[in-house]
Design a protein around this ligand. Sequence first.
Ligand code: AMP
Length: 224
Amino acid sequence: MGLHLAPYLPLQHGDIILLGAPGAGKGTLARLLQSKHPHRHLSTGDLLRKADSRSFSLDREIAALIDKGEFVPDEMIIRMINVNVADYRDVVYDGFPRNVNQAKLLDELNVQRSRKIHRVIKLEVGFTLLMQRLKGRRTCPVCHRIYHVITLRPQRAGLCDRCGERLKVRKDDHPSVIAKRLDLYEEQTEPLVKYYTDRNLFSWVDGDGSPEEVYARVRPLLTT
Ligand code: AMP
């Protein structure tokens, strides 16, 4: 009986950080969390891509870094977060922080803005599945919705269900760039596991499964 009640426990207040390699499903889970919870989805990757597709484009050097799968400077990222976090009580960060320096800058920002991190959750996904997901990923250049050629097809082939726009392969989802991004993740982002374990904020879940299955594993972590 108690087990059935567990999913209905109230959520704790505070921000959520999603960790996991590219292709682990952070964006999909963050969108699902946003649809079910008061949390606002903040993806630094989406913010950068959006800035690049509006009337003004991103600085050419910054756009080139993204296309090559490299990180953009920490100062630019933290400025973006500072501006975008202001309107929301609780957010779910997707793709941020990406290294220990960004995590420290976030800690400072949280003190200034009286915010707190409730939990840091890593989605664990094996290498073979990550590669399958990244190679088959298609994204809508307008609304940034994510599809997959096998597991998450749009209703009309090649077109976004929401805006009808032609789906694209992100430049940084090409195989040579994928390898670079996975290496950077291991080298720069994985140390955050220790950073947040030391602060008693870290948990991980198995990221293999449908979005709803992964969400069911994450939900209990948000109530305690
Ligand atoms: P994502 O959509 O999270 O995979 O991000 C796409 C790209 O945007 C990354 O490969 C980086 O070039 C850049 N980017 C996104 N978030 C960050 C971040 N927190 N720090 C540095 N670069 C980032």
